[in-house]
Design a protein around this ligand. Structure first.
Ligand code: GDP
Length: 481
């Protein structure tokens, strides 16, 4: 409201090639139709199949979403606690995304994966209202995606774990023992899709076990990983994912742009920062510095500069030479640093202030915040993190830190293949200092590596589908290519 009372400027392709629905309220979510003003020309168009599935999803969400008659009846069915006396005849099924206590990058990736699952199975996605979601993102649909706070099981979400009696894994165990049968299923099941899932819970990603959840009205999912690549191992999903995304390297790119629109407050932060610091530069370079080990000597800065010079992203500086006088306008590059630390920014800014560059380009260095520590549950902290992920996604070239879901969200949203800074091994800087990622997709940390036929853990050596590959920055992980 208060931030954008003036008429809103609208870009040419405000619907991002049909990805976004027309006709949603503009003022309550300015970023939705304005994002195209800040993004470079859209390189990846959504497939027509994806566009039509999204419109179908929106209609379903409108019919089944919170406080609709169908929702109320589905809720009654849940409250009845029955197994088979009542059936839910509304035709509405749900997947509720609950928030794990992990960083924002992890949560954004798991939420997008849950939406993909909803699309694939004609379920309605509802979001835990106690998560940070309402502070960060606009409502993506006409009817709210927030689970009403009087939902009966809401107080149990945080306690659900892989061994909970309500978990998918426990249900499968009971079915195989004969103490449950698949014709009388509970009204809800908890899906434990976190990195620590055991074999039974991993069976969610098995062809033969998916039918068990098919007719369960309420699924409650908790995950801290990007599980889209694991859904691809279910054969019916595989076909559909391939036709929704003929270029599998753009799954999150499209889902993220569809779902995650900064709220007006966050959009105010993003656009003000962008207009003030980045808009006028000839080129923008994002550098995301996630330090998992202490680095008091800022060794990582040498690695970053080596990477930037080798890949022609940023020029090196001339000893103490003054800037050679040049005719014409000097090219300006703006560097956007995102990091919890302040030291890298200070050192880099001072370096480009005190020295001229070998190419004569002018380098400006910016960093929106330096929060020092990670606080997953603080509102303003999460807002800054989201604003910075988004700002990084608006750059022309991006350097990210290995293993960081924060970086994955930034580059995938921007449709960028980042240069990844590898972690030093035994304190030795890696050579080369960085490598270009093979795809724009996020990496799934902790894939199941589970053979559904032999019911054995296969380990990361197992053969992968040709569309999936081990991650550039994490050999244990997998990603779409
Ligand atoms: P990951 O741990 O690198 O995979 O990324 P996550 O986003 O899951 O968790 C890291 C959390 O630390 C973020 O969500 C932020 O809360 C905080 N954080 C890490 N790096 C930055 C940064 O560059 N800027 C800001 N504002 N917060 C950061």
């Amino acid at each position: 409201g208060e931030y954008f009372a003036q008429p809103v400027q609208e870009p040419k392709d405000k619907l991002l090639g049909g990805l976004l629905p027309e006709g949603l309220d503009v003022n309550s979510c300015v970023s939705r139709y304005q994002s195209a003003l800040y993004r470079k020309e859209q390189k990846h168009q959504p497939s027509s199949h994806l566009v039509s599935r999204l419109r179908k999803y929106e209609a379903l969400h409108k019919q089944c979403g919170p406080f609709t008659e169908s929702y109320n009846r589905s809720l009654e069915y849940l409250k009845s606690g029955s197994h088979s006396q009542y059936t839910n005849s509304t035709g509405c099924k749900y997947v509720i995304w609950t928030h794990p206590i992990h960083g924002l990058g992890n949560r954004i990736l798991s939420l997008a994966s849950a939406f993909l699952y909803a699309l694939l199975t004609n379920r309605v996605l509802l979001v835990d209202p106690e998560s940070e979601v309402p502070d960060l993102f606009c409502e993506p649909f006409e009817v709210s995606w927030l689970l009403p706070s009087d939902f009966p099981l809401i107080g149990n979400f945080s306690g659900f774990d892989k061994n909970s009696p309500q978990s998918f894994g426990t249900l499968l165990k009971n079915i195989s023992r004969g103490s449950s049968n698949s014709s009388s299923l509970p009204p809800y099941i908890y899906l434990h899709l976190l990195h620590d899932y055991d074999d039974d819970n991993k069976r969610f990603f098995c062809n033969q076990d998916q039918p068990v959840v098919q007719n369960v009205t309420w699924l409650i999912a908790k995950s801290n990983v990007y599980f889209a690549p694991a859904l691809f191992s279910v054969s019916t999903f595989q076909q559909e994912i391939s036709s929704l995304f003929p270029d599998l390297g753009t799954v999150f790119h499209h889902l993220g742009r569809y779902l995650f629109h900064p709220t007006n407050f966050v959009w105010g932060l993003i656009t003000t920062y962008y207009d003030t610091n980045l808009a006028r530069a000839d080129e923008r370079i994002g550098i995301q510095i996630r330090v998992f080990e202490k680095d008091p000597e800022l060794k990582l800065l040498d690695q970053i500069m080596a990477c930037a010079a080798k890949e022609n992203l940023l020029p090196l500086v001339n000893g103490t030479e003054p800037v050679a006088s040049q005719s014409g306008k000097l090219k300006t590059k703006a560097v956007l640093i995102a990091s919890l630390e302040y030291g890298y920014f200070k050192a880099m800014r001072s370096m480009y202030w005190k020295h001229s560059t070998v190419t004569g380009e002018v380098i400006e260095v910016h960093q929106p915040s330096h929060e020092k520590h990670q606080y997953n549950e603080k509102k303003m902290h999460n807002i800054k993190a989201w604003a910075e992920m988004y700002l990084l996604s608006l750059t022309d070239n991006l350097v990210t830190s290995a293993d960081s879901t924060f970086g994955y969200v930034a580059h995938s949203l921007g449709g960028l293949k980042p240069w990844i800074l590898y972690k030093p091994e035994n304190h030795v800087a890696p050579d080369p200092p960085c490598r270009r990622a093979v795809s724009k997709e996020p990496c799934m940390h902790a894939p199941p590596y589970y053979d559904c036929i032999t019911k054995q853990w296969t380990g990361p050596g197992a053969k992968l589908d040709p569309h999936v590959q081990h991650c550039d920055d994490k050999w244990y992980g997998i990603k779409f290519i």
